[in-house]
Design a protein around this ligand. Structure first.
Ligand code: CMC
Length: 390
């Protein structure tokens, strides 16, 4: 096989050069375009961070106003998209619906194929960031059997999404600003994470020069999986199964015996605390205070974390809580059903996907993604007619 290297799951292969997101997994550092995630989560807004990821610099006031205006005025989807969403079964998973409806957008904007045209690229980027929450909210309302709520362009990004989810008929829906802020922070934390499974899927599919909707739909599909974005749903289901603090040691023993994984723990790159998990853990308290709720599953999560961080099995393997460990508890406090958790991740990740797609399209070194293989099968066999096979 000459100089070919075997690297299943690409644990040691850089597939691209990128100037978007920096991670130091040993030190637990995450930066978007050089800015620490902690500062962005505390001081920036999601749309500001989206601009930063895509264009490389923090926007000036005028640039941010223009960008926000562009996103806000592209939130509506074609009426036929609504009919498309209506075609799904009542119990369809919203991630499946989101993946299909994002892919369907390519048929509504056929000009998106012209990926060499800078203006066309910009328009599709705006549309994707603007319309993904609308599609996500339609999926939610479909599952609930409730009429769809059209976007309200007077609201900010997070408030508009909450309104599209929860508004009832003509009743006015006022999002609690603390909840909207918590959601905005969560979206920032999920906005990019360099060459993770879904981003690699976007880059890989996009490298065929297909339109960005088709590429991003591939990212949504990858994110759906329980080892990736789907972990936030799996964490909550795991906590519900464990049920109480007394059951935690028995559950941990099961994990150590290889019966199942401790969901929300471990990361391919972080061999230390995931900095996003630290920020989310703090946000959990703010959300519970704003909603005036408590959740006994928070105690279960904290006990799991306490035991795991002291246990040899987890210490030796450098397994720490990741971004998904506490995010589900916040989403639940926001009143979202578990099936929507991964959808929230997808909304947050959309700017990252499009920023990475744009960087790839602009990169003259990038060719179509086409890994090689080490062939292990038979060779040179002669065809045996059906009636002679025994
Ligand atoms: N629980 C128990 N054992 C684990 C876990 C876990 N969550 N994660 C890894 N291990 C063990 C694994 O069994 C292996 O042990 P051994 O060396 O004895 O075979 C060792 O740790 C290394 O695991 P790996 O599967 O080779 O590590 P990876 O880098 O391929 O996987 C991971 C990373 C995130 C897929 C994995 O840690 C995992 O499955 N975690 C649970 C799912 C999860 O929380 N995913 C969210 C990831 S963060 C954000 C996102 O992408 O959504």
């Amino acid at each position: 096989f000459g100089l070919m290297t075997y690297d299943p799951a690409y644990t040691n292969t850089a597939s691209c050069r990128s100037a978007i997101t920096y991670i130091d997994g040993d030190k637990g550092i995450l930066e978007y375009r050089g800015y620490p995630i902690e500062q962005l989560a505390e001081q920036a807004t999601f749309l500001e961070v989206a601009y930063l990821l895509i264009f490389g610099e923090l926007p000036t006031k005028d640039e941010l106003d223009e960008w926000t205006h562009a996103i806000t005025t592209h939130t509506f989807v074609h009426e036929n998209v609504k009919s498309f969403v209506e075609g799904f079964r009542y119990d369809a998973h919203p991630m499946g619906m989101l993946q299909a409806s994002v892919a369907a957008l390519s048929t509504f904007y056929p000009e998106a194929k012209k990926i060499d045209d800078e203006q066309v690229r910009y328009e599709q980027i705006v549309r994707l960031i603007a319309k993904v929450p609308t599609l996500a909210a339609f999926a939610y309302r479909h599952a609930k059997g409730m009429p769809y709520v059209y976007p309200d362009n007077d609201l900010n990004y997070a408030e508009n999404f909450l309104g599209m989810l929860f508004k009832i008929a003509e009743l006015k829906y006022d999002a609690d600003p603390r909840i909207a802020k918590a959601l905005d922070v969560l979206l920032i934390l999920h906005a990019d994470h360099e060459q993770n499974c879904s981003t690699s899927a976007v880059r890989s599919v996009g490298s065929s020069q297909v339109d960005p909707y088709s590429a991003v739909a591939a990212g949504v599909g990858a994110l759906y999986g329980p080892l990736h974005g789907g972990a936030n749903q799996s964490v909550l289901e795991m906590l519900q199964r464990i049920e109480s603090v007394e059951n935690v040691p028995g559950f941990i023993d099961g994990v150590k015996n290889g019966n199942e994984r401790l969901m929300g723990f471990g990361h391919r790159v972080y061999k230390n605390f995931d900095p996003r998990a630290k920020i989310i853990k703090k946000a959990v308290d703010d959300v519970f205070e704003a909603t005036g709720t408590t959740n006994p599953l928070l105690d279960v999560a904290q006990e799991l974390e306490r035991i795991a961080l002291e246990d040899d099995y987890f210490v030796k393997r450098k397994l720490y809580p990741n971004v998904d460990f506490y995010s589900g508890l916040i989403y639940e406090a926001l009143g979202l059903p578990v099936e929507m958790f991964t959808v929230l991740f997808a909304i947050g990740r959309t700017p990252g996907w499009v920023a990475q797609w744009l960087e790839m399209v602009d990169d003259k070194e990038q060719k179509i993604a086409r890994p090689r293989q080490i062939y292990t099968g038979a060779r040179g066999r002669d065809y045996v007619p059906l009636d002679q096979r025994g």
